[in-house]
Design a protein around this ligand. Structure first.
Ligand code: PLP
Length: 389
């Protein structure tokens, strides 16, 4: 009997992974495909991080650790939250997970009941709505537009909240839009949330070190400290330190929530990989100087991609403030292609893998990642222009 659960039936596989897998298959079949569908930096993991992983292996750090992570990594994470987000937390309010993804999964599964509603600004990161549905709760879409900086407004938030609302998911800088909330806007959202004590806030700040506008990063728990007892701040090393394969995320939140997440984690993955934890400790507590160079290179690529895309008839994109994606509007091409899925397939036929906007709860466009080598980006942009000419 191959029947799967009702919960599984409510979710779909990740469409970003699906597009990446398709590109890999086409390449294996001998096709020349450039993948701009994947969300990871192309830079090599910093050498001191690799050295720390090797030292952990040689030093016998090959056994179980505490379920919520080693004290050394929770201390390094606390340092990261203070240094990079301005958020002061003790290590007891930090949990280490197998990627930021696991933290989000655990926080939502540990708190949602059937009938609960979760507010998700769209375009959203693909996993948010799937996790919510898996938990048996329902997704409430808060649509945003390029003209509004892909950010929700306090009025929009206030009119979406019902007695069933349990979470607001905030992602700044955002995937797939790069949208970044300034401190004043976070405080204005906090003003609304103060009236609704049942609503928790998930602040996904995993791209915080990758911002191009200058100035300090603003995060919800810092801007609204009186609400900190209901805020989970998610971060990690995947994006900032080019460590996607290590699978380490770090989150800070109130003790009740961190404990609830650890309880769930104790029965699924247990502790995150001990070797990866040692590497992440070096990443978060070690030198951060390399990041300035990465940021500069990402910024230059962003500027190049934005200019090239906006020069292609039918395509337009705002300038993303952070992360390494462009959410491209292709509405003028919909008459020609039908929908954004068909457009993405057309681009794939022309040798570039992108992800249709509908995968992110958007429409009539597609996302590309600019975390690719300059020469690769140049060729991809040439192919996109040729495909649409
Ligand atoms: N949050 C956002 C917005 C992301 O884009 C990603 C990765 O794509 C994650 C969380 C999770 O990253 P990881 O599980 O690799 O740490």
């Amino acid at each position: 009997n191959h029947a799967t659960s009702a919960a599984l039936g409510r979710i779909a596989p990740s469409r970003t992974n699906a597009m990446t897998d398709r590109a890999i298959d086409l390449r294996a079949a001998g096709r020349d495909i450039i993948s701009l569908s994947v969300g990871e930096p192309d830079f090599p993991t910093p050498p001191h991080v690799i050295a720390a992983a090797k030292a952990a292996l040689d030093g016998g750090q090959t056994r179980y650790t505490a379920v919520p992570g080693t004290l050394a990594l929770r201390e390094a994470a606390a340092l990261h939250f203070q240094r990079d987000l301005g958020l002061a937390v003790p290590p007891s309010q930090v949990i280490v997970t197998a990627g930021g993804k696991q933290a989000i999964f655990e926080a939502l599964l540990a708190t949602l009941d059937p009938g609960d509603e979760v507010l998700i600004p769209s375009p959203w990161w693909v996993s948010y709505p799937e996790i919510v549905r898996f938990a048996g709760a329902s997704v409430v879409d808060l649509p945003t537009q390029a003209s509004g900086g892909f950010r929700i407004t306090p009025d929009q938030l206030a009119s979406a909240i019902t007695p069933a609302t349990r979470w607001l998911l905030l992602n700044s800088p955002g995937n797939p839009t790069g949208a970044t909330y300034p401190a004043t806007e976070l405080r204005a959202l906090g003003e609304v949330l103060r009236r609704f004590p049942r609503v928790l806030v998930l602040s996904d700040d995993i791209y915080a070190p990758l911002r191009y506008g200058g100035g300090a990063h603003a995060t919800f728990a810092v801007e609204c400290p009186d609400l900190a007892d209901r805020v989970l701040t998610v971060s990690g090393v995947s994006k900032s330190h080019a460590m996607t394969g290590f699978r380490i995320g770090v989150s800070a939140g109130p003790e009740w929530l961190i404990k609830a997440m650890a309880k769930l984690q104790s029965h699924n993955s247990g502790n995150p990989c001990s070797i990866a934890q040692a590497a992440a400790t070096a990443a978060l507590a070690g030198p951060q100087e390399f990041l300035a160079d990465w940021r500069e290179r990402f910024r230059a690529r962003r500027d190049k991609v934005v200019a090239a895309i906006n020069a292609i008839p039918g395509l337009s994109t705002p300038v993303p403030d952070g992360a390494f994606y462009c959410m491209i509007d292709a509405a003028p091409l919909m008459e020609r292609f039908g929908d954004d899925e068909a457009l993405a397939l057309h681009l794939l036929e022309h040798g570039v893998a992108v992800v249709a906007a509908s995968a992110f709860g958007g429409a009539q466009g597609f996302r590309i990642s600019f975390a690719a080598d300059d020469a690769v980006l140049d060729e991809a942009l040439r192919r996109i222009a040729a495909a649409l000419a």
